[in-house]
Design a protein around this ligand. Structure first.
Ligand code: SF4
Ligand code: MG
Length: 392
C-alpha cells in the first residue's frame, strides 16, 4: 500500500478580535490509498478544521499558515509540473503550493466531503435530481479542463450562503440528458428506492437518512479519490446510522476510494477504520493501526478517552469524560510544553520543559507524542547491563 496523502507540519489559525486561535498546530499524518483513516477527539480538538484544511474550505478569518498537504496523483502531478514546479515532487503535489483555482479544480473530482447536516448541502428550491445532475456536469467539465476555474455547483453556492445567486442562476443550463441519467444511477448506487421518481423530488421530501444518502451520491458524482466524512452519522438515529455506515463501507469496497472519517464516536471508529489518529488541542497525539490505538495505547490522553473501553470488541459509543478542560487555543503560550500536562495524571517535570516529539513505542507505525513513549523507546533501545561485563 502507498500513501495517497501526506500532511506535514500543518498549522491553521483563526485571526479573531480576541486574538489568534491555533486551531491546528504542526499536524502530521499520512493516509494510505484505499484505507479508512479515522480522526477521533473531543469537540474543539481541531478535527473539523483539519478536514476543512485538506478540502481547501478554510475561510477568513481562518488561514492555513504553514505546512504541506501532499496528494499523490501522478497524472495530476504531470499536468501541473510545468506551471508549478515548486508544488511537485515525484508523484506528490503539495496542494498548498497551488493557486486557488487549480486547487479548486480538485474539489469533487479528487476530494469530496460529506457533512453532519445534509440540509446544508442542498438548495431547497431545486430537485435532488437537478442538483446531482449539475454536480455530475460540473465535475465532468472540471476534469476535462483541470487548469481552468471550476464553476461552483448550486448546492455549493447554497452551502456558502449565496442563496440569492443560487436561485437566480438557473442550474438547468448545466444539465444534459447524460448527466441526468448519471444522477439517477448515483441515487440507485446509494440505495434510494425508486430513483427515477425520487430524482424529481425536492430535498424536503426526503427523510434525514435519505438525504444523507443523497449527499453521499453528490459527493461521489466526480468519482473522488478521497472522501472526507465529518461526523457523517452523528445527526441520525442509531438504525439509520448503521445503514449509512454500511453504505460507506460498501462504496469504499466497490470504488477503492480512500475515506478520512472524522468522529467523536468510538463505536464508529472501531467498526470502520483501518488506522486512527487521536487529536488533542490541535495536534495528533497518537496514531497507528486500530489495534495499536485501541489495545496498545500509550498516550495518557488516549488512555483517558478510551477509559472503560476494555478492547475493540467492547468499544462503547461515547468518549470518556476526562477531568479538566481542553486548553484554550487562543494565543496559547505553551509551545515549550505538553498541551495535555494540566489534565494528565502522569505529568512530570519533563513535560513542562519541552513539547514531546513523536516516538515509536512498539510497532513501526504506532507513534505517540508523549515523554512516556520516549522513555519506553529509550528503554527498548538501552544497552543491556551485561553488555559491559562481557566486553571488559
Ligand atoms: Fe502526560 Fe507528560 Fe505525556 Fe504530556 S508528555 S501526556 S503531560 S506524561
Ligand atoms: Mg467538528
Amino acid at each position: 500500500t502507498e500513501d495517497i496523502l501526506r500532511v506535514h507540519d500543518l498549522s491553521t489559525r483563526y485571526f479573531t478580535q480576541d486574538g489568534q486561535v491555533n486551531a491546528v498546530s504542526n499536524l502530521d499524518l499520512r493516509i494510505e490509498r484505499g484505507e479508512v483513516f479515522g480522526i477521533v477527539g473531543e469537540s474543539g480538538s481541531g478535527k473539523s478544521v483539519t478536514a476543512r484544511s485538506i478540502m481547501d474550505l478554510i475561510e477568513p478569518p481562518g488561514e492555513i499558515t504553514g505546512g504541506e498537504i501532499k496528494y499523490r496523483n501522478g497524472e495530476f502531478a504531470e499536468t501541473v509540473a510545468d506551471e508549478h514546479p515548486n508544488a511537485v515532487n515525484g508523484e506528490f503535489v503539495n496542494l498548498l503550493e497551488l493557486p486557488p483555482n487549480v486547487r479548486q479544480s480538485l474539489r469533487g473530482t479528487s476530494f469530496s466531503m460529506i457533512f453532519q447536516d445534509p440540509e446544508s448541502s442542498f438548495n431547497p428550491t431545486l430537485t435532488v435530481g437537478e442538483q446531482l445532475a449539475e454536480a455530475v456536469e460540473v465535475q465532468r467539465r472540471a476534469s476535462a479542463r483541470p487548469r481552468s476555474t471550476r464553476a461552483r455547483t448550486q448546492s455549493e453556492e447554497y452551502s456558502l450562503g449565496n442563496f440569492l445567486l443560487s436561485t437566480v442562476l438557473p442550474s438547468q443550463k448545466y444539465i444534459t440528458e447524460e448527466s441526468r441519467e448519471r444522477a439517477i444511477e448515483l441515487l440507485e448506487l446509494v440505495g434510494i428506492p425508486d430513483p427515477v421518481e425520487r430524482a424529481d423530488e425536492y430535498p424536503h421530501e426526503y427523510s434525514g437518512g435519505m438525504l444523507q444518502r443523497a449527499m453521499i451520491a453528490q459527493a461521489l458524482a466526480g468519482e473522488p479519490d478521497v472522501l472526507v466524512a465529518d461526523e457523517p452519522t452523528t445527526a441520525l438515529d442509531v438504525t439509520i446510522q448503521a445503514q449509512v455506515l454500511d453504505l460507506l463501507d460498501e462504496l469504499q469496497e466497490e470504488t477503492g476510494m480512500t475515506i478520512l472519517l472524522i468522529t467523536h464516536n468510538l463505536g464508529v471508529i472501531a467498526r470502520m477504520c483501518d488506522r486512527v489518529g487521536v487529536m488533542y488541542a490541535g495536534e495528533i497525539v497518537e496514531r497507528g493501526s486500530l489495534e495499536d490505538v485501541f489495545d496498545e495505547q500509550v498516550h495518557p490522553y488516549t488512555q483517558g478517552l478510551l477509559g472503560s473501553v476494555p478492547d475493540l470488541e467492547g468499544a462503547t459509543r461515547r468518549l470518556q469524560p476526562i477531568p479538566g478542560n481542553v486548553p484554550s487555543l487562543l494565543d496559547h503560550e505553551m509551545d515549550d510544553r505538553c498541551y495535555f500536562a494540566d489534565r494528565c495524571p502522569k505529568a512530570m517535570e519533563d513535560c513542562l520543559e519541552h513539547p514531546p516529539e513523536f516516538e515509536v513505542p512498539g510497532s513501526d507505525d504506532h507513534e505517540v507524542r508523549c515523554v512516556l513513549a520516549e522513555m519506553e523507546y529509550a528503554e527498548s533501545r538501552a544497552v543491556p547491563d551485561d553488555h559491559f561485563s562481557e566486553t571488559s
